[in-house]
Design a protein around this ligand. Structure first.
Ligand code: LFR
Length: 480
């Protein structure tokens, strides 16, 4: 009948999944075919992604998914594999949390000042932007042998189909794209000494990306032909596309390992003020710009859970809900929290250094993290509205954190705005919806947002008042 099935491969920093989306008139259902861990591996050369294990997980997932009408791949941004002249992968992709980019940006700014870089690309400053990673790799034997750079979703798509491309939404995180032209910035590349010929041609979300190779069909038990579709391959682009907003006056927070908090705009904001506030202008579907700030996100909690030997999360969150609010907060946007390890200690140190009570028990540390995230959400939502001149009256929380009731309520309280939470699997849904466009089953963003609002279970959190306390906590951090 009128229903089709799509496999969405969605790779996050701690796990990957293959979801099956069924789309038909008035219908959008998502089921999980397979979920697998994503465990970064540290070798003497640094921190890497185990991309072969991820590819094996993708193949297992496609087998579990069964017959589908197309496949799409999204993942975290900026990271990439290097291929040699034969198209073979040169070692494992380096993890964006690896320390090799320390001090690299500062070196690049000597010839390409940070202000000019922002005016040309609109990208936030993060030490791991692809531009800095490529400069860091320069001079290594591996980079000398490299003839191609493929971003992680493009690399997996290449292995699935044999075809190479650079999908636009993810390309926009390289710091080599001009958000006004939505094309490569030749000037930035030249001045940074980066050969744009290393990148495969740009692909737009919705473009065909080839067919599953015969070996892939065999490995997955699927009957061909199975087309692969370029989706918004940056997971955050797919997640924003699946925000179930009913008007343009909304902010979103994509929660997971990171919190990506901001607005959907029709053009970039490239002002000096915006640069100082470290907002990024990444590209979204249908000519949109994702104007947002990166906040450390649930990474802070994930790293604590790891340090505590993975206690049960539900119990911990219940205990955290009982801890007195806003006792101590840390700056959840601080890049000092980027690297892995010793997270409970680092949070305690930050509280001590700012003269606040030091959280001791896991429940207290958890409450400190959630209060700090909500506070950072508030700041980002306020700053974005002011810098873009785009007011909102609702905050949509999508991604894994939409399941965290305490985080959603605190975010509503801190922002002084209603929070609409869900869908938790926004990235996979955005991935599916772009594939469904190819079969003309759905239309543009406004129409798919209506479909999402009608079909996905959403939870609404009203602000409980008391924004003055959040403002006071904000001042406490600013005075540091
Ligand atoms: C979220 C995300 C963010 C990006 C970070 C690093 O998964 O894609 O948008 O800044 O990971 O790639």
């Amino acid at each position: 009948g009128g229903t089709k099935a799509y496999a969405a491969v969605d790779l996050g920093a701690s796990s990957g999944r293959v979801m099956v989306g069924r789309v038909g008139p008035g219908r959008l259902e998502l089921t999980e075919a397979h979920r697998f861990p994503n465990r970064p591996v540290r070798t003497p050369e640094g921190l890497h992604w185990d991309v072969l294990a991820l590819y094996a997980g993708v193949l297992d997932g496609l087998r579990a998914a069964g017959r589908v009408d197309s496949v799409g791949v999204d993942s975290w941004a900026v990271d990439h594999g290097l291929l040699d002249a034969d198209g073979a992968l040169l070692g494992n992709p380096v993890h964006y949390r690896d320390a090799r980019t320390e001090g690299v940006a500062e070196r690049v700014w000597e010839t390409l000042p940070a202000a000019e870089l922002y005016a040309a690309t609109g990208l936030q400053h993060a030490p791991f932007n692809t531009l800095y990673q490529l400069v860091a790799a320069r001079g290594t034997a591996r980079f000398a042998a490299a003839r191609r750079v493929l971003l992680v979703p493009d690399l997996l798509t290449y292995w699935l189909t044999g075809e190479q491309g650079t999908e636009l939404t993810n390309a926009s995180t390289t710091q080599l794209i001009d958000p006004r032209t939505r094309d490569w910035s030749r000037e930035v590349a030249d001045r940074a000494g980066i050969d744009l010929g290393l990148f495969a041609p740009l692909r737009m979300p919705g473009d065909a990306a080839g067919l599953l190779r015969p070996e892939v069909l065999e490995a997955t038990g699927l009957d061909g032909p199975v087309p692969v579709t370029a989706v918004g391959s940056h997971d955050t682009a797919s997640a924003v596309a699946a925000v179930p907003a009913g008007s343009e006056r909304f902010a979103y927070i994509c929660t997971g390992t990171w919190s990506l908090a901001g607005l959907e705009l029709t053009g970039p904001v490239l002002t000096e003020e915006s640069r100082a506030a470290n907002f990024t202008n990444e590209l979204g579907l249908d000519g949109t710009v994702r104007y947002l700030r990166n906040i450390m996100g649930l990474w802070l909690l994930q790293e604590c859970l790891r340090a505590w030997g993975e206690p049960e999360l539900g119990g911990l969150l219940r205990a955290a809900a009982g801890v007195s609010p806003l006792r101590s907060v840390v700056d959840a946007g601080d890049p000092a929290f980027l690297a892995p390890g010793r997270m409970p200690e680092r949070i305690a140190e930050a509280c001590r250094a700012s003269g606040q009570p030091v959280p001791a028990s896991p429940a207290e540390v958890t409450r400190c993290i959630l209060d700090s995230l909500a506070l950072a959400h508030r700041r980002a939502v306020e700053d974005a509205q002011r810098l873009a001149g785009h007011p909102v009256d609702v905050v949509h929380v999508v991604g894994g954190g939409a399941r965290n009731a305490l985080l959603c309520q605190l975010t509503a309280d801190a922002c002084g705005l209603p929070v609409v939470a869900g869908p938790a699997e926004a990235a996979a849904l955005g991935n599916v919806l772009v594939q469904a466009r190819r079969h003309k089953l759905v239309g543009g963003l406004a129409q798919t947002r209506g479909l999402l609002a009608r079909t996905q279970g959403l939870t609404r959190y009203e602000p409980r008042g008391g924004t003055a306390r959040w403002r006071a906590a904000e001042a406490r951090l600013a005075d540091r």
